[in-house]
Design a binder for this molecule. Sequence first.
Ligand code: GLU
Length: 261
Amino acid sequence: MLDILYKRIVVKVGTSTLTYDNGRLNLRRMEKLACVLSDIKNSGTQVVLVSSGAVAAGAARVNLDHHPMTLIEKQAMAAIGQSELMRMYERFFSGYGHQVGQILLTKSIMDREEPWQNARNTFSTLLKMGVIPIVNENDSISYDGIKFGGNDTLAALVARVSDADLLVNLSDIDGLYDKNPRENEDAVMIKRVKDIDDEIFAMAGGEGTVRGTGGMRAKIEAAKTVTEAGIAMVIANGENPEVLYEIAQGKGIGTFFAPRT
Ligand code: GLU
């Protein structure tokens, strides 16, 4: 039996983890992710997946290869890529014996009681039925997700609305470093963060990747929101989705943000 410490885990995977540099889906990685999440689910822990990649996959599909895209182009590309993403997830998860359900959210659900409650009910009903919810921002009708924060911010919201006890943010970096590891060879990774203060934000810097919209700052802001709601968070490298086993078992992979109690 896997010794998993959590009852309900939200896993967020970024565009740079799910796609190749040309924007096309990294199917091997997606399948590995589906396998690991299905296995964790089999062991008795509920899982929710927050997946980026729609804009990049859509753009690759119609050979729109200029950067940066306008917001309107991104919204149109999301419409194409989202269905491609879900088609592949459906195929991979059903291959491992699991049913998925798509939820497209906008951050504005936080502003009003009714949509928040509706989203809550949908998550809890799907999870009770044993379904794996797969979430993205409803990019084609909302700007929020493809501007600052993107799915890093969305994943924090999902962790709260779905009552998770762990949010894992899988990215193309191993964790939070004391300075930018891409520019400083002597950068040291922080293993555990208790208080998210100005010093931690200063370590995060600002930029995201060319194809995704996140960046460390958005991840730290997400960590602040969830830990204040009593949810733990881990930032780790998604290159090998098998790290999720160790993360779920509390084995000190990446950077751990302790929940406020
Ligand atoms: N929702 C966007 C997509 O699916 C991603 C936003 C982000 O990278 O955070 O492409």
